[in-house]
Design a binder for this molecule. Structure first.
Ligand code: TMP
Length: 209
């Protein structure tokens, strides 16, 4: 929104790109800088949103239509925006969000094949003019990411998709980053953690005082 004060930072990437570990690393750096922030995630971030997340990732339920999946993502997002994200930004806090609407363009759009116009319609309806200020894209070969995710143990409904699905997701993220280079920071997540964190440190210098 136009009177927003805090920074809205989102994190994206294919499964297994080390997002969670690196978000914790970034959150720790921001905390040390004295900036107050909220760390949250999508789908989820609220009581209702976490219930919706459980539906979305469940392998026990009957197959879900892709439109239903998209609408559930945005239902969780509406709740999250109104209850968590906007109040925090309006208080001047930064919001660190593990995935946001770019994931809908990547997974439901490129992955499932839903028309981008349909997603844009929901984006405008639910968010108005709110968009992330900064997006960190943890970029990784989809094969490597999926193998890493699968080696962690039980997979969720998304992680069971075919590799072609994740290749399309990755390509979509890279093309969005290409269209908005001023918002996107691409982190090459194929390297060891120390090298990835070195890249993060260099980027954080730009906006942590
Ligand atoms: P996570 O494992 O990063 O927490 O995300 C759960 C899954 O939800 C992940 O496979 C990506 C998917 N997802 C979408 O398909 N669309 C969305 O809009 C969001 C936020 C997540």
């Amino acid at each position: 929104m136009s009177d927003q004060k805090g920074l809205f930072i989102t994190f994206e990437g294919v499964e297994g790109a080390g997002k969670t570990t690196n978000i914790d690393y970034i959150a720790d750096k921001i905390k040390k800088s004295g900036q107050s922030f909220v760390l949250t995630r999508e789908p989820g971030g609220t009581t209702l949103g976490e219930e919706i997340r459980a539906l979305l990732i469940s392998k026990e339920l009957p197959e879900m239509h892709s439109d239903t999946e998209l609408l559930l993502m945005f239902a969780a997002r509406a709740e999250h925006l109104q209850k968590v994200i906007l109040p925090a930004l309006n208080e001047g806090k930064w919001v660190l969000c593990d995935r946001f609407t770019d994931a809908s363009y990547a997974y439901q759009g490129a992955g499932r094949g839903i028309d981008t116009k349909k997603i844009a319609l929901l984006e405008n309806l639910v968010q108005g003019v709110l968009r992330p200020d900064i997006t960190f894209l943890f970029d990784l070969d989809a094969d490597i990411g999926l193998a890493r995710a699968q080696s962690r143990g039980e997979t969720d409904r998304f992680e069971q998709q075919h590799i072609d699905f994740f290749n399309r997701v990755r390509e979509k993220y890279l093309s969005m980053a290409n269209v908005e280079p001023e918002r996107y920071f691409i982190i090459n997540a194929q390297y060891d953690l120390s090298v990835v964190q070195q890249q993060i440190d260099e980027l954080l210098i730009e906006f942590i005082k």
